[in-house]
Design a protein around this ligand. Structure first.
Ligand code: TC6
Length: 694
């Protein structure tokens, strides 16, 4: 065995040279890895071996370029040189794939003459999720194997295609037995030699492109079909242009186009935000005083209190991963309704092909109902309370849980803002109490705010973080503060949106500015969707707010056909003269003069106070790091990922600019705009949020 460098070895197995990479955690294409590949292939080609296998140790085949190297100066051999050496090898090169062959990893594999994989492997070009495109020939080679339509889908979605499917598409030449990749790859290599299989260069395979030549409508249709999904993002469009180039230009020209567009994306703000965000999500899993090896408690059964929308949605998360759930309600009809809704949700997913009819039965079978908390919760490992937001009711429930649950059971509340320390105080085991704040619809939304109270034990936190991963959530640990991180920041935007309307902006102006910024919808359209009467009490309504008046007129949102907006029969929102008149009357009554408000002011008034509130949250230690706040807002509140989240966006604008504008607003409109001490300090020191160490 020859050691090529610290991450690469070259061995020979009969007639087959085997280059093995071992660069944890994911064999990313760092300078060392490129160096190892370059040298490894040169030596293998020079040796007496008749074929060459490239294989990786550890959890995965090469998972892509080393993202941490992006933005810095490139050292070591270029990936293109390595690819050329492989592709031009006079001996067959076989890529042996397990785990994930992603991005640059798949682009390397596409320069092998053949690819073999174990069935559990997945292959993909996920660069689009980093605001990029496959810049090492991926957009030119992939359509030459899988065809234009599939290539378009893969590069714009970033999906990881399972090996079996990849084999059906021609991307994988042979599936080998799980756990026997090396033997399988070497056998394939020997076969290639014995059968004198051709040295297939994907770049020369133009036949698959023929079907798209002279058919520009393929691209036009694809853009149209995905317009909503791609809105605001640059990378999908750039990826499409590269595939167009693959069809319309010779290979070398196509490569040049790819390289040029890759450079543009790489140097732009969207990719910077998306790469930042990739690490932000991973960073959020790290809790300084709860290390990875903190023991966890087994969670084999879950109890939920409340069969409403929230409780039902939460229950589905656990049933989806095979954990049995018991839902407790006070009344039989509420329980029946809740269980029926869960079944309906699963059936709807099945009707769209998301799960099988058998899975519907399996999952609903894991969710049972009960009216008797004492017997239902005696043995469960975790209880999540999901009743409505009243402290007295929650305290009552936790007093009961303390009495009923076995020692060591985790007692969680799904409150979206009440003080969890106060809830925990009624139990004799505050160390077992934690907040698990799911977002509606809880079976769909990715975000989970895990709320650490004063006495929450570390193993309870570790267990909750692990469980979140198991049920497919992105968890962020936050502290107890009104509204926690997400809703507390939302409060700032909502306040300004309302105020802007009382100064002369129309709800549709505010909505349009925020929609164009990249949110899925603005705050007024959102209120109409959710229902204006959430929290509105008819008997107490006295026309004091615009909402009161709208609700009194039975304009309670989309469900009544009108709210801030009017709605046509297809639920299209139309600016409403009725709302306009109500707003106008309010302004006149207040003695103010409506003024023309610029889009710029709308954006700054809505967003800068959010950044400032984020800074206060950091200052108070209610979030571990600024990027955690961004993870909350991207996953839970529709902040466009290509703008990184409020804190990253603040840095992109410039914290000095944000602080100066806040001071300007403060002078004109009051102390709600006062920059936080942390923001002022960072500006004074020329630092960023990301300079603060967790
Ligand atoms: C590209 O290839 C462009 C090519 C153009 C050529 C010019 N680089 O996700 P996990 C780290 S673009 C550096 O928790 P999993 C990650 O930060 C790239 N580091 O594990 C984490 O570090 P920590 C295209 C990376 O098993 C650790 O590895 N490729 C990279 O849940 C474990 O990661 C992609 O976009 C990287 N490329 O999932 C793939 N990847 O432990 C991105 C991971 O210090 N990666 N790390 O926190 C993934 O999708 C997943 O990591 C995974 C493994 C599916 C490979």
């Amino acid at each position: 065995m020859a050691e090529i460098n610290s991450v690469t070895t070259l061995t020979q197995d009969g007639d087959v040279a085997v280059i093995t990479l071992n660069s944890p955690p994911v064999n990313a294409l760092s300078a060392k890895v490129r160096e190892g590949l370059d040298e490894g292939f040169r030596q293998a080609i020079a040796s007496d071996a008749k074929a060459i296998v490239l294989i990786c140790e550890g959890r995965t085949f090469i998972a892509g370029a080393d993202i941490t190297e992006f933005g810095g100066a490139m050292t070591g051999p270029s990936l293109f040189d390595v690819q050329a050496t492989m592709e031009n090898s006079p001996k067959p090169v076989i890529a042996a794939i397990h785990g994930t062959a992603l991005g640059g990893g798949l682009e390397v594999a596409l320069c092998a003459h053949y690819r073999v994989a174990v069935p559990s492997a997945r292959l993909g070009l996920p660069e689009v999720n980093l605001g990029l495109l496959p810049g090492a020939g991926g957009t030119q080679r992939l359509p030459r194997i899988v065809g234009v339509q599939k290539a378009l889908e893969m590069v714009t979605s970033g999906q990881h295609v399972p090996a079996k499917q990849a084999a059906a598409m021609g991307l994988v030449d042979e599936l080998v037995e799980e756990g026997k990749l090396r033997e399988g790859a070497v056998a394939f290599a020997n076969k290639a030699v014995a059968e004198k299989k051709p040295l297939v260069k994907v770049r020369e395979n133009d036949a698959r492109l023929a079907e798209a030549k002279g058919h520009p409508e393929i691209f036009a249709d694809f853009r149209k079909a995905n317009a909503r999904k791609f809105r605001g993002f640059l990378a999908p469009e750039y990826n499409i242009r590269c595939i167009e180039a693959a069809v319309s230009q010779p290979f070398e020209e196509g490569l040049k186009t790819e390289r040029k567009l890759f450079g543009e994306l790489m140097s732009g703000p969207q990719s910077a935000a998306q790469r930042y965000y990739f690490f932000a999500e991973r960073q959020a899993q790290k809790i300084p005083d709860v290390p990875d090896d903190t023991p966890t408690r087994p969670i084999k059964s879950v109890g939920i209190i409340g069969a409403g929308t929230m409780g039902g949605g939460i229950a589905m998360n656990f049933a989806n991963v095979g954990i049995p759930v018991t839902i407790v309600e006070v009344k039989q009809d509420a329980l029946d309704r809740g269980l029926a809704t869960i079944r309906k949700n699963y059936e709807r997913t099945a009707s769209r092909g998301g799960i099988t009819a058998e899975q519907v039965e399996q999952r609903t079978g894991l969710i049972t109902g009960s009216l008797d908390m004492d017997s239902a919760f005696k043995d469960v490992d975790l209880v999540i309370e999901a009743v409505f937001e009243r402290m007295d009711i929650k305290k009552d429930i936790f007093t009961n849980l303390d009495r009923i649950c076995k020692p060591g059971a985790i007692l969680a509340t799904n409150t979206s803002g009440l003080n969890i320390d106060e809830i925990a105080s009624v139990t004799k085991r505050p160390q077992d109490v934690i907040g698990l704040h799911f977002f509606s619809p809880a079976n769909v939304m990715k975000l989970l705010e895990i709320v650490r109270a004063d006495h929450t034990a570390k193993d309870v936190i570790a267990t909750s973080m692990k469980l979140a991963k198991q049920i497919g959530k992105v968890a962020v640990l936050v502290g107890v503060t009104p509204g926690f991180v997400g809703n507390r920041i939302l409060g700032q935007r909502q306040r300004e949106a309302q105020k802007l309307v009382l100064e002369g902006a129309m709800p549709w102006d505010v909505d349009r500015v925020l929609y164009d910024f990249g949110f899925p919808m603005g705050p007024f359209a959102m209120s109409d969707l959710a229902g204006l009467d959430i929290g509105w009490v008819k008997e107490k309504s006295n026309g004091e707010t615009i909402r009161d008046v709208l609700c009194e007129m039975d304009r309670r949102g989309q469900k009544t056909g009108a709210g801030y907006y009017d709605y046509d029969e297809n639920r299209n929102a139309i600016p409403s003269p009725v709302t306009e008149k109500i707003i106008h009357d309010f302004i006149v009554k207040s003695g103010a003069n409506p003024r023309k408000i610029s889009d710029e002011e709308i954006l700054e008034r809505c967003l800068y106070p959010m950044i400032n509130e984020g800074a206060k949250i950091l200052e108070e230690g209610k979030a571990i790091r600024a990027s955690d706040i961004d993870v909350v807002w991207v996953n839970g509140y529709g902040w466009p990922v290509y703008r990184g989240g409020p804190m990253h966006y603040g840095e992109q604008v410039g914290l000095d600019k944000v602080a100066a504008k806040m001071k300007d607003f403060q002078a004109k409109m009051g102390d709600q705009f006062k920059p936080s001490a942390l923001l002022e300090k960072l500006v004074a020191e020329g630092k960023k949020f990301s300079d603060i160490k967790a």
